[in-house]
Ligand binder design. Structure first.
Ligand code: ADP
Length: 404
C-alpha cells in the first residue's frame, strides 16, 4: 500500500497534513500524511546520540537525501525534521506510544497528565516510553501551539475480557502492580481488521485472526472490530517466535538460567529479547529473507527455525480461535506476512482441522504491497493479505481526537 502512495512533486500543497512520529531510543521515524492520506513524505533519523547520527529524508521531488547530524539528540533531530517539513504546515502531531497501561483505551490529546502517564509507564516499557516522552517534549519546545496526540499500541487491546488479559497469579499483583496482559501492535491489528471488514460484504459481525509477522510478531482475535485476545502480553516478549525474541517459554526458564547457570537478569533479558527467535534457532540471522535463503541452500538450522516459526504461529491461530464467536478468516500482514507466500503456506499446512482451502497460485501472487484474498470459493475460512499502514491509522486517530 505504501508503495502506491503518490510521491509529492515540488510545490504540491498538502491540506491539513498530520505528522506521525515514532520516537525510539536512538531513532525517529516520521511521516507527513495529507488529509486523505493519499500523499506522504517520510523519513528516518537514526543513530541519535552518536557521531553517525543522520536523517534519511525523501525530499519534495521524491528524491532521497541523507543529512549528517553528528551527535544529534532527539530535540536537535526533530528541529531539523520539522524544518524539512515546515513548508507543508502540519496541523497536528500523532505519536506512536508503545505502552498506555490500564488507563488508556483510546488515543489522547497530550496534556500534562497524559505526558506524566507516558513517563510513568516506563515501568512497563522501559526502552520505549521515555523516548516517546522525549519526542513529545521536543515538539512542545519547538512548536508550543501544535496540538499533539498519543496513539497507544496497547489501546486497541483494552477491549479484551478479563479471562484473556489476567494471568493466573495472585490478584494483588494485578490490583497493585498492574501485572496483566496488554498486547501490542494495536495500530496494525486495528488497521488490517477494519480493512478486512471493509473488503468483505457481511450482514453479521466478522471474526478475524490478524497475523502480524514482521521483526516483532503478534496475532490478535478481532470480533466486530474489537480485540478479544492477542498473543503478546505484559511485554512484547510473550507469544509466537519473532526475529530475535523467543516468544513463549516455560516461565521457569528464567529461574533455571539464573540459579543453575548463573546468568544475571540483564543477561537473561538480552538472551530472550535480542538473541533468540529466528536468530537464536538458526544461528544465522533474525531476517526471514536470509533465513529462507539459507534453508533453500540446505541449512538444517535455518529449516528448523522456519518450521518452529510456522508451527508456533499456527498453534496461536488455533488457540486464539477460542476467543471468536464466529471465525471468518485470517489476515496476514507485516514484512513476512505480506511478502512470503511460502511462510503463509507453511503456517496453513499446520492447520489441517479448520476447513481451510488456499488457492496457491493466488497466494504466490501476493507480495510487495499487493492486497487481496487467496482462499478457494469453498474454503471455510477466508484468507487475506493486507499490507499494514500504522501511519494511516495513527493519523486517522489523531484527527478523530482533535475533531479535524
Ligand atoms: P518491523 O517489524 O521492524 O516493522 P517489517 O514488518 O518490515 O519489520 O518485517 C521485517 C521482516 O520481513 C524481516 O524478517 C524480513 O526478512 C521480512 N521480509 C521482508 N520481505 C520479505 C520477503 N520477500 N520474503 C520473506 N520475508 C520478508
Amino acid at each position: 500500500m505504501q508503495g502506491m502512495h503518490k510521491i509529492l512533486s515540488k510545490g504540491t500543497a498538502m491540506q491539513n497534513p498530520i505528522l506521525v512520529l515514532n520516537c525510539g531510543s536512538s531513532s525517529i521515524k516520521y511521516a507527513l500524511l495529507s488529509n486523505d492520506s493519499s500523499e506522504r513524505v517520510a523519513g528516518l533519523a537514526e543513530n541519535l546520540g552518536l557521531d553517525t547520527a543522520r536523517i534519511k529524508h525523501t525530499d519534495l521531488n521524491g528524491e532521497k537525501v541523507e543529512i549528517s547530524l553528528a551527535g544529534a539528540n532527539h530535540q536537535w533531530a526533530l528541529q531539523k525534521i520539522l524544518g524539512l517539513l515546515a513548508a507543508y504546515k502540519p496541523v497536528a502531531v500523532g505519536h506512536r506510544v508503545v505502552h498506555g497501561g490500564r488507563e488508556f483505551s483510546h488515543a489522547e490529546k497530550v496534556n500534562d497528565h497524559v505526558l506524566a502517564e507516558v513517563k510513568r509507564l516506563k515501568v512497563l516499557a522501559p526502552l520505549h516510553n521515555p523516548a516517546h516522552a522525549l519526542g513529545i517534549e521536543a515538539v512542545e519546545k519547538i512548536y508550543p501551539d501544535l496540538p499533539q496526540v498519543v496513539v497507544f499500541d496497547t489501546a486497541f487491546h483494552q477491549t479484551m475480557p478479563a479471562k484473556a488479559y489476567r494471568y493466573a497469579i495472585p490478584k494483588d499483583l494485578y490490583n497493585e502492580h498492574y501485572i496483566r496482559r496488554y498486547g501490542f501492535h494495536g495500530s496494525s491489528h486495528a488497521y488490517v481488521s477494519h480493512r478486512a471488514d471493509s473488503l468483505t460484504p457481511h450482514n453479521q459481525a466478522n471474526g478475524w485472526i490478524t497475523v502480524h509477522l514482521g521483526n516483532g510478531c503478534s496475532l490478535t482475535a478481532v470480533y466486530d472490530g474489537k480485540s478479544l485476545d492477542t498473543s503478546m502480553g505484559l511485554t512484547p516478549l510473550e507469544g509466537v517466535v519473532m526475529g530475535t525474541r523467543s516468544g513463549d517459554v516455560d516461565p521457569s526458564l528464567h529461574i533455571h538460567l539464573h540459579r543453575i547457570l548463573g546468568y544475571s537478569l540483564d543477561q537473561i533479558d538480552t538472551i530472550l529479547n535480542k538473541q533468540s527467535g529466528l536468530l537464536g534457532i538458526s544461528g544465522i540471522s533474525s531476517d526471514m529473507r536470509t533465513v529462507e535463503q539459507a534453508a533453500n541452500e540446505g541449512n538444517e538450522d535455518a529449516k528448523l527455525a522456519i518450521e518452529i516459526f510456522c508451527y508456533k504461529a499456527a498453534r496461536y491461530i488455533a488457540s486464539l480461535s477460542c476467543a471468536l464467536p464466529t471465525f471468518t478468516g485470517l489476515v496476514f500482514t507485516g514484512g513476512i506476512g505480506e511478502n512470503s507466500a511460502s511462510i503463509r503456506q507453511k503456517i496453513l499446512q499446520n492447520l489441517p482441522h479448520f476447513g481451510i482451502k488456499a488457492n496457491l497460485d493466488k497466494n504466490a501472487e501476493l507480495s510487495r504491497g499487493a492486497e487481496g484474498s487467496f482462499h478457494q470459493a469453498d474454503s471455510l475460512l477466508q484468507l487475506w493479505v493486507i499490507p499494514t499502514d500504522e501511519e494511516y491509522q495513527i493519523a486517522k486517530e489523531t484527527k478523530e481526537v482533535l475533531g479535524l
